[in-house]
Design a protein around this ligand. Structure first.
Ligand code: NAD
Length: 499
């Protein structure tokens, strides 16, 4: 492994170190101009697997210069040729699937299986990008005699994306396929907690034939993001992360006239009524809140148990009791996250909730990382922070309610609006709930209702600032500007005032 490649040959959970995570600008590795770095921790072991550079506005300036230099050539490359680069990248990702999965597993803490599933979902997003060539031919019509109107979708220009820690390879691929295939050049700022997945993607994109400067990766934290939101030559920024930061970044970019789409946090409610299928419901809920150690914006957070659903609760408790920490479920990202999550549990307990399954003292032999086991808290009430705030860990809060309307009212009062599910055997009940949920991604008998491509991904309310969704065709709309061309070539006898 040379100094500047991040190729990762791990074939197990054994601790692995990585090269320094630098910036990738104009097809070259560069240190941050400030010379500052910070450690990247392997959450399983709680120790550094490498260092990442911490960039500021000066590095953004360099990335913008590279993206600007590459823009004329890339945006005039025919759409179908741009698409071929994505095809090659897809094949390279498939060839390197194991390596990418281990990389995501090591830097994020996911189990290998979870990491692989997330890389495969990223590949599906790339496939969406490759299909756009057959969907976006635009449209034209003779709007008056001899007068034609045509629409084409033009690139915005230099674009940027900011991504969170929880899906190191997948979330960048919510943005890159549509943005790149549309002819934009791009600056990606991954989470400083998981920089390697994005850097490996950039290397593979180069191997796939993406010209230098079309995709740049800048590492860092707040200053780098502010540099992107402020830069006058960046036309559009997408962000995925917590609601608090999403709102700040949205407002900062919008204030200087940028196109912004900022996805935030979540607090997903799962409503369970007594006629729900016990096995289907319990296995779904258990998988939803324990998968990826609960660090998914689509994870179950609150179970709204309507009437007598005790058998389902008992089955959930039984199932999560069998989850093998370190094998079926990974650690949480940092010791600060661990403290935040256990803090929510401590507080709920103090306020009178009943802890049915307690993951606070969980440990994994030989791996001194940030472990917390699945935790189920019953008799949660609205005044408890665990009822309303985003926990982002493997914790299920159960609230007991008497009626479906009461459950829907609780879901509606939550300021977030990412996902909501109803578990029932009745089509009527399902429809009644779905039509009333205040959430962008709803489900019937599904605990992680991620819309697969080409259906677009995005929540409502405090889970998203900006218009449209981030994936699917909405993503293409976000990274393009419609140009309308109206034309006439001959004098017409019956022209009207409009043409
Ligand atoms: P985060 O908000 O802390 O960080 C996200 C990005 O913002 C990172 O790249 C980080 O470097 C940057 N950042 C952090 N603080 C900043 C600041 N003050 N100013 C500017 N930039 C800043 O989120 P995270 O902890 O990496 O990820 C977890 C969060 O992301 C959860 O809230 C989760 O629900 C959310 N998330 C949402 C979705 C979605 O689709 N809505 C998807 C994945 C994750």
């Amino acid at each position: 492994m040379s100094e500047n490649t991040y190729a990762f040959s791990a074939r197990s959970y054994d601790f692995q170190s990585c090269a320094k995570a630098k910036n990738w600008i104009g097809g070259e590795w560069r240190d941050a101009q400030s010379g500052t770095t910070m450690p990247v921790l392997n959450p399983r072991y709680g120790k550094p697997m490498g260092d990442v550079v911490v960039s500021d506005a000066k590095d953004i300036e360099a990335a913008v210069a590279a993206a600007k230099a590459a823009l004329p050539g890339w945006k005039t490359t025919p759409f179908k040729e741009r698409t071929q680069v994505l095809f090659r990248l897809k094949h390279l990702m498939e060839e390197n699937l194991e390596e990418l999965s281990w990389l995501a597993s090591h830097e994020n803490g996911k189990t290998y299986g979870e990491a692989k599933a997330s890389v495969l979902k990223g590949i599906e997003c790339l496939e969406m990008g490759t299909s756009l060539q057959n969907m976006v031919a635009g449209g034209q019509m003779e709007v008056s005699r001899g007068v034609h109107c045509q629409v084409t979708y033009e690139p915005v220009g230099i674009c940027a994306g900011v991504t969170p820690f929880n899906f190191p390879v997948m979330v960048p691929l919510w943005m890159l396929p549509q943005a790149l295939v549309a002819g934009n050049t791009f600056i990606l700022k991954p989470s400083e907690q998981v920089p390697y997945g994005s850097l490996r993607l950039a290397e593979l994109a180069k191997e796939a034939g993406l010209p230098a400067g079309v995709l740049n990766v800048i590492n860092g934290t707040k200053a780098a993001v502010e540099g992107l939101a402020d830069h006058p030559e960046i036309g559009a920024v997408a962000f995925v992360g917590s609601t608090k930061v999403a709102k700040i970044v949205y407002q900062r970019g919008a204030a200087v006239g940028k196109r912004m789409l900022c996805l935030g946090g979540a607090k997903n409610h799962l409503v369970v009524v007594p006629d729900a299928n016990i096995d289907l419901t319990a296995s779904n809920i258990a998988a939803s809140f324990t998968g990826c150690a609960g660090q998914r914006c689509m994870a179950a957070a609150v179970m709204l148990a309507v009437g007598d659903t005790q058998k389902i609760i008992d089955r959930v408790v039984d199932m999560v009791g069998k989850v093998r920490l370190g094998v079926d479920m990974g650690p949480v990202i940092t010791k600060e996250a661990h403290a935040r999550i256990t803090g929510f549990i401590d507080q709920a307990e103090k306020m009178g909730a009943k802890i049915l399954v307690d993951g606070r003292n969980a440990k994994v032999a030989g791996a001194d990382g940030h472990w917390i086991g699945p935790t189920v808290i019953d008799q949660v009430t609205e005044d408890m922070p665990v009822a309303c705030d985003e926990v982002f860990g493997p914790v299920l809060a159960i609230r007991r309610v008497a009626t479906l309307d009461e459950a829907i009212a609780i879901e509606n009062r939550c300021p977030y609006g990412n996902a909501a599910s109803i578990y029932t055997s009745s089509g009527h009940v399902a429809r009644y709930a779905i039509e009333r949920f205040e959430a962008g991604m709803c489900a019937i008998n599904i605990g992680v209702p991620v819309p697969r491509e080409p259906f677009s991904f995005g929540g409502w309310n405090d889970s998203k600032f900006g218009h449209g969704d981030i994936t699917g065709f909405d993503g293409y709309r976000f990274w393009t500007r419609p140009r309308k061309v109206t034309s006439k070539w001959e004098v017409q006898a019956d022209t009207n005032w409009m043409s």
